[in-house]
Design a protein around this ligand. Sequence first.
Ligand code: NAD
Ligand code: ZN
Ligand code: ZN
Length: 372
Amino acid sequence: MKIKAAVLRKYGAPMPIEELELAPPREHEVQVKMLACGFCHSDLSVWQGHIPQDIPMVAGHEACAVVEKVGPGVSKLKPGDRVIGCWMVPCGHCYQCRRGHPNLCETAMPFFQAGNLLDGTSRLTDKHGKRVGLGSFIAGFATHSVMPETGAIRVPDHIKLPPEQLCQLGCSVATGWGSVVNVAGAREGNSIGVWGCGGIGLNAIRFAALRHCHPIVAVDIEASKRDLALEFGATHFIDNSQTDPIPVIKELTGGAGLEFAIEAIGDPGAQVQAWWAIRSGGTVITIGIPPIDSTTNLPLFYAPLHAKSIRGTLYGETHPTEDLPHLMEVMNTGVLKTDKLVTRLIRLEELDEVRRAMLAREVKGRWVIKYD
Ligand SMILES: NC(=O)c1ccc[n+]([C@@H]2O[C@H](COP(=O)([O-])OP(=O)(O)OC[C@H]3O[C@@H](n4cnc5c(N)ncnc54)[C@H](O)[C@@H]3O)[C@@H](O)[C@H]2O)c1
Ligand SMILES: [Zn+2]
Ligand SMILES: [Zn+2]
C-alpha cells in the first residue's frame, strides 16, 4: 500500500516527505496505522549522523499505533488493537537474552542498526523501487508501518490515555524508569543527580521521586527547564551554564557527593561533571549517547581509589514485553505526569522545526507527532 513518510536521505538536511510503498506484513508481523510518535534526542542524533545508521531510512521509535492487518501466525493481536512499539525486539535465545539482558539482544541488534525487521529485510521501498530502511522495528515517522508481533505491546481497552502520552512508554518512560529502578536500583534516601532535563531526564527524575530518593538534583544548561524538573520531583535545580554544580552538590550531600549521577544528555562535559559529583562508591549512569567520534577525559585515578563506577545503559535494562504492560498501568494512574511531559503536538511535515528547536535546546519535555 502507499504510505507517507519522512525519509532520512542526507545527514543534517531536512527529511523529504515521500510516498513510499509498504509491503504487507509477513509471518508474525502486524501492519499498523500510526497514531502518535515522539521525537527523541536519539532521532536527532541519527538525523545529524551522530549515531550512524544505514540510510535511506525512516526513523521514529517512540510510537503508538493501531493494528490494521495481521500477518500469518499472529495470535496475540488483531485489527483494531492499539499497540506501543518497542525499539528492541528480543529473540529470547541469544547469549544476552539468556542472561537476562534482552535490551541487548544480539540477534535483533544488527537488524536494528540496519533498519530491517527480524527476517533481515525492510518492508519499505521508494518510488524508484529502491529499499528504504524501517528504523528501530517501528518507523514511527511514517503514516503506516509493519512491526514484529512481539515488538508491538497491546494497550488494553481500559487504558484511555491519548496516544501522544502512550507513545512515551516506548522510549522516554521505559528508559528513565529502567535507569533509576533497574540500573541504579535506587531506593528511599538515595542521593541522585540527573544531568539533562529533557524527555529521558524528566522520567528519571520522576521515578527517583517515586522511589523517595533525596536529594534529587536536576542539572540543565537551560534555566527554562527548571519548572518541569521541579514539577517532576527534583528537590533542587542547577543551571550549569551559570553555576558549577559540584560545590552545590557537595554541600547538599554533607560533603560526600551523590550515590548516583545519571547523564541523560550525551555530552562529554556533563559526563565529567557527573563523575566529579559522585561520592566514593558512587556510580555515573550514562544514558546519553554522545556523537560516535567524541571522547571524554575522565581522571580514572579515582575509579579504584574511590571505587567510582561508570555504567552505560541501553533502554534502562528494560525487558520490553515484560515491563511495558506494567509501566502502562502505572502511567494510567497519572502519577508519571505524562500529560505534562508532552508539551507540543506537531504534524509529520513539521519535523524540521523540532530538529531546529532541539538543536537550540528549546524543546521542553517531549514534542510528539499526532497523526490524523
Ligand atoms: N541509552 C538509551 O537507551 C537511550 C534512550 C533514549 C535516549 N537516549 C539518549 O539520551 C539523551 C537524552 O535524550 P532526550 O530525548 O531526553 O534529549 P532532550 O534533547 O530532550 O534533552 C536533553 C537535555 O539536556 C540539556 N543539556 C544539553 N547540554 C547540556 C549540558 N552540557 N549540561 C546540562 N544540560 C544539557 C538540554 O537543555 C535538554 O534539556 C540523548 O543522548 C539520547 O540519544 C539514550
Ligand atoms: Zn529514544
Ligand atoms: Zn536475543
